[in-house]
Design a protein around this ligand. Structure first.
Ligand SMILES: [Zn+2]
Length: 222
């Protein structure tokens, strides 16, 4: 049996599968937005699974950000309470065994490459657009890590050939640079650009709802 855990900023979800990949159990809890609470949450999921089904042979965790090859500490996580922490070491101590940690976008892309939308392709680029903008690259069914273990990270690459309007209606990115992809196409980024342009205060869902309403109205007027 194997345990996989998706560690998100809002929720932590665990799944227990048998050796044929059949799902035995799934559990989802709210992520506590602090370091100790996050570890406790992961441990509670593992303990619950193992109490019911016995010991698992491996634990893999998809996480935001990456483990630095130099310091073994977490970096680049938008769940900022993880940054600078020895997450792998502390989880291994808490669970008393070796665990595997990998950037969540790399996990997603590998999954799509093995048996999803990218199956049968040599090079697969996976894109995640949500609260942030991230991605992963998989070559021949192996994650391409790059120097920073997140080679497919494209959210903080600048939008190319920006027009004057694109330069005008965007906020500076939290990374300290200007014009990052994430500030245009993540949910909050898209909303922020819209609001600056139209002098509104909408979130991304409200903008899409309004667009749908507008379409409906313009249809009925024909
Ligand atoms: Zn940035």
């Amino acid at each position: 049996m194997k345990i996989g855990i998706d560690l998100g900023g809002t929720k932590t979800e665990g799944i227990l599968i048998d050796n044929d990949g059949i799902e035995l159990k799934r559990d989802r809890i709210k992520t506590e937005k602090n370091y100790e609470g996050t570890i406790k949450g992961i441990v509670s999921i593992v303990k619950q699974f193992e109490k019911e089904f016995g010991n698992s042979s491996s634990i893999g965790i998809g996480m935001p950000g990456a483990i630095s090859s130099d310091s073994a500490l977490v970096k680049n996580a938008n769940s900022i309470w993880l940054n600078g922490q020895p997450l792998k070491r502390d989880l291994q101590t808490a669970l008393d065994r070796k665990i595997n940690l990998e950037n969540d976008a790399n996990c997603f892309t590998l999954s799509e490459a093995v048996d999803g939308a990218g199956k049968g392709h040599a090079v697969v680029f996976g894109v995640i657009i949500g609260t942030g903008t991230g991605g992963g690259i998989v070559v021949d069914n192996k994650v391409l890590p790059g120097k920073n273990n997140i080679a497919g990270e494209w959210g903080h690459i600048s939008l190319p050939n920006r027009t004057d309007n694109e330069k005008k209606y965007v906020k500076e990115c939290y990374c300290g640079k200007n014009g990052c992809m994430e500030t245009y196409i993540s949910g909050p980024g898209f909303a922020s650009v819209f609001n600056l342009k139209n002098n509104t205060d909408y979130d991304s869902h409200k903008i899409l709802d309004e667009l749908k309403n507008e379409k409906r109205t313009s249809k009925s007027s024909f």
